[in-house]
Design a protein around this ligand. Sequence first.
Ligand code: C2E
Ligand code: CA
Ligand code: CA
Length: 684
Amino acid sequence: MAVQPGQTFPRPPPPPARKPGGAGRLLPSWRTILNVPADEPALAASQLMALSYRAPMLYLTIIVNVLGLTITHAAIAPPLLGLVLPGGIILISLLRLIGWHRRQRPGVHDEAGILHQLHIARLVVVGLGSCTGAWALSLLPYGNAYQQSQVELGIALTLISCIVCLIYLHSAAIMLGIIVGLPFAIVFLRSPHLPVVITAITALVAMITMTLVLLRNASDFNALSRSRNELKRRQQETQRLSDENLRLANLDPLTGLPNRRSFFATLEQDRRQAEQHGQNLAVVLLDLDRFKSVNDIHGHAAGDRLLTQIAVRLKRLVSETVFIARLGGDEFGAVLTDCPHETAIFAFGAAIQQQLAGPCIVGDRLATIGCSIGVAIYPHAGGSAEELFERADYALHHGKQTRRGEVVLFSDEHEIRIRQTAHAEEALRTADLEAEMWIAFQPIVDVPAGRVIAFEALARWHSRELGPVRPDIFIPLAERTQMIGPLTCVLLRKALAAARQWPDGTNLCFNLSGQTLGCIQTMDKIRQLVRESGVPAARIEFEITETALLEDFDLAMEALRALRALGARIALDDFGTGFSSLGYVHRLTLDKIKIDKSFIGDIDVSSTASSIVKTIVALCHNLNLACVVEGVETEAQLRALLALGCRYIQGYFISPPVPEEMVSRLMARIASQAADIKSFAHTG
Ligand code: C2E
Ligand code: CA
Ligand code: CA
């Protein structure tokens, strides 16, 4: 059940109004006295429970008294009175005694069952009591004075005992008192023998006093039962609310799947079980591809709708051995408890892909949503829940970069890389950025003009501890450790200082990461560095990637607007590898697009690659954007690109990135080869 904003828990129903006969009155009302509490099932249950302990004693008292009178009267009374009737009474009493004894604890009965039992008990007790009383009185003519006194005392004591035992079944006690007590009084008070009359009066007074005391007592019992039942009801209600609370605290309100908290609790519990039984367990993390752009382009409502659709499909995979939760954002997690082989995990991955294969409603159109899957297996990948989660997360993000859309298991190779990264992270934290960072410059050439139009600044790190570290390792590291801001500033200052020496018309291309775009202080510092550098902003191009924009699209747009306001230009890097949304290109007001090198490797042989490049070139032409192709390594590639209408080229074929001190020599070399370079354009 999803909790809607503003929804509150249902209020507990108000406690039932106090019934007449509660603790406030001296005695219960006649209605209460003569009825079983049909409108108070809880009270009826309490009464039945109390009766179940006393009923056997009641029948025992009747049996003992009837037996006593039978012993003294069997020989003198007619057989019907002396043997048959008492035998019947004793038999019925015995059966009832055994019956009550058997169900001493009545257990759980439904309301109707409880009331039925109370009614039957009342009927039997009153009936049997009356019969016993009538039988005892009928024995009077057959005995001497002693035996008559025995009858009188027997009736009185049995009646008093029965009233005591029936304390919680008032109606039966009162009825019995009237039905047996009244004839008893009439018979004995009219006796010509004073001792008999006095004994009768004493017995009657005792009976009445006892009835009143017991009724008062019963009234207290009822009040106590009611308050105890009310307390129990409240406790049950509190428990119900707290269970509901717990359920909601473990539920993701949007999708109705268990949430992150529930995921970790389940993972820990399953891990312990796996440990106890020496079993395997798999933590599977799933991240939707390009979900962020759905949010950015179509809005959060569309994003929520997409997540709900995905959750509905994932729920179909839930079973006794598969637990699935939403961990937040577009990340889902599963715990597989019965997966002895990797094949089971790959089968589960395939089942996920199959569920997601059907198109989803995204904004106002249908789209297929892919996902990346990372898996860590217990105990191989880690011993604790946190470790397993971290490892699965590593496999997921590693897979997202290199094997998008596949199931990636955390491996030993990953383990080694994690250790290396940890070393590099430590080295970067303590690095002297000014001394250890330097920049390599790679030329971008206008082929038909045969000249260098710009150099791309590419960061290089020569760590004192580790030696050279590749930028695709330390840039993401710097981003993760929040060091990218200071690092970018150091690099930009160095790049600008180099660019100041270059001739007019040779621009500087500088890479900015998404985190930098999202940091107001760093962006202020970057603008300050540009203003102070002495390099005209018009000669600077900032390269950003689509993934950089995904961090916070609005903030990134703001940062780019500020850079353009300075006079700098913006290029979209690695075009074709990300979402490649025309919506972005349109909204960004770009100056340039750089076609990613992954399309260039087989451009001279692959028709798909050349159609993609051709489409991007046409797109740039229509939007009036410059288009640079990077990663050009061979003459064949260059010729193929020129044939597709490309003009600006970057790549090893022209030159690899070179240190600053080699830039002027490189420019001189390219200038000297200008005619050859131009000739490609003419012959291509
Ligand atoms: P990028 O911005 O796409 O840079 C181009 C990469 O392609 C560079 O790798 C470059 O050396 C390489 N490259 C150039 N020509 C060729 C070629 O013909 N063939 C092949 N296979 N590769 C070629 P590099 O220098 O290793 O940089 C890797 C990435 O690191 C860059 O990709 C960029 O994303 C990032 N990076 C480098 N410097 C900086 C920086 O100062 N700031 C930021 N934020 N990122 C940087
Ligand atoms: Ca670049
Ligand atoms: Ca690039």
